[in-house]
Design a protein around this ligand. Structure first.
Ligand code: ES4
Ligand code: ZN
Length: 324
């Protein structure tokens, strides 16, 4: 089954490229850029990745990404991920990045944009992959800062496939970003948002109502609200679920407790994704295999899940026809 899952053409819709930074590359970039890390060894880094919740992860995620300073760093980061994803049978990747986490360190917008774009073009040529770019806003910072970033990103509007919303969820409800997302809508940029990861089902409804998003990132809290489940089923708005992430951040206790089977049962359009593969113990293939181990799904279910992602990906219709 693992061989079959590797060969199944998979589509990644929820990947924080900064969360694909493996400890080995973190050390290499720290040396290249003369940045001190609070870790003595790669083993020490891995031992530190023992999270109690989303915030305990975010603290180390923002710490690790300080080694990313140049366009070449972002290129190397994304290329390393594309190579691994290609080996795992991933045929389309939508990478999100957090410009505010870099701007705050003096790394101008052009650096991630140009480095990531160059890696995306190279992956398309070398691996025949398709790719898309999502610019995410940090919800635990002021909405005015997100608005400034959106305006400053105007030279790249053509290469932004969507804007997103991530970071610490509880206490930072979607409505805080109503004006930013309205501006993105006016610019014709599609919108996605993390909702219902650690936050309540009400944040999912609010993101749909106020931010007019076309996909929900995570959304695992939807089962708390029957009417919302009904809405998600009827609208077929997709959820980008990240099972290994949910286990590592203690959103669920173990894989077998994960709500994925219930979500499928209720007819919600779910997809499988890796979130922050360097921090959560695995990429796309590991997430698929973990679901097989926990739920014993047959090939039909995995084809459905991969097919759902193809249906809702930011890709050309010609590319979609190639993949179905
Ligand atoms: C994230 Cl797992 C997760 N949740 C919210 N924000 C994030 N940023 C990077 N990974
Ligand atoms: Zn995420």
């Amino acid at each position: 089954m693992k061989t079959w899952l590797r060969e199944l053409p998979k589509v990644e819709l929820h990947l924080h490229i900064e969360g694909s930074l493996e400890p080995e590359l973190m050390f290499a970039l720290a040396a290249r850029n003369h940045i001190e890390l609070p870790y003595a060894s790669i083993e020490e880094v891995k031992a530190a990745y023992d999270f109690s919740d989303l915030q305990s992860f975010l603290d180390l995620y923002y710490l690790g990404m300080r080694v990313l300073r140049t366009e070449q760093d972002f290129f190397d980061l994304a290329m390393a991920y594309f190579e691994r994803a290609h080996e795992e049978g991933v045929v389309h990747v939508e990478l999100s990045f957090d410009p505010q986490a870099h701007l705050g360190r003096g790394v101008e917008l052009a650096i991630p944009f140009e480095g990531l774009r160059r890696a995306m073009r190279e992956a398309e040529q070398r691996f025949g992959m398709s790719t898309a770019l999502i610019m995410s806003f940090l919800r635990d910072r002021d909405a005015s800062e997100a608005m400034t970033v959106l305006e400053k990103a105007s030279p790249w509007y053509e290469v932004i496939d969507a804007v997103g919303l991530d970071s610490a969820e509880v206490g930072n409800p979607p409505a805080k970003f109503a004006a930013v997302f309205e501006r993105a809508r006016a610019l014709g940029i599609p919108r996605v948002a993390h909702a219902g990861e650690e936050g309540p089902a009400a944040y999912i409804s609010e993101a749909l109502d106020v931010l007019d998003i076309c996909r929900v990132d995570h959304g695992v809290a939807c089962l708390q609200d029957e009417a919302l489940v009904e809405r998600l089923r009827n609208s077929q708005i997709p959820l980008t679920v990240c099972p290994l992430s949910n286990v590592r951040l203690k959103v669920v206790e173990t894989m077998v407790d994960h709500p994925l089977p219930a979500m499928l049962e209720k007819g919600v359009k779910v997809t499988l994704n890796s979130d922050d593969p360097a921090y959560f113990g695995g990429g796309m293939l590991d997430n698929y295999v973990a679901c097989f181990d926990a739920f014993g799904w047959d090939q039909r279910v995995f084809k459905q899940l991969a097919g759902n992602a193809i249906d809702v990906a930011f890709m050309s219709d010609a590319r979609r026809r190639e993949l179905v």
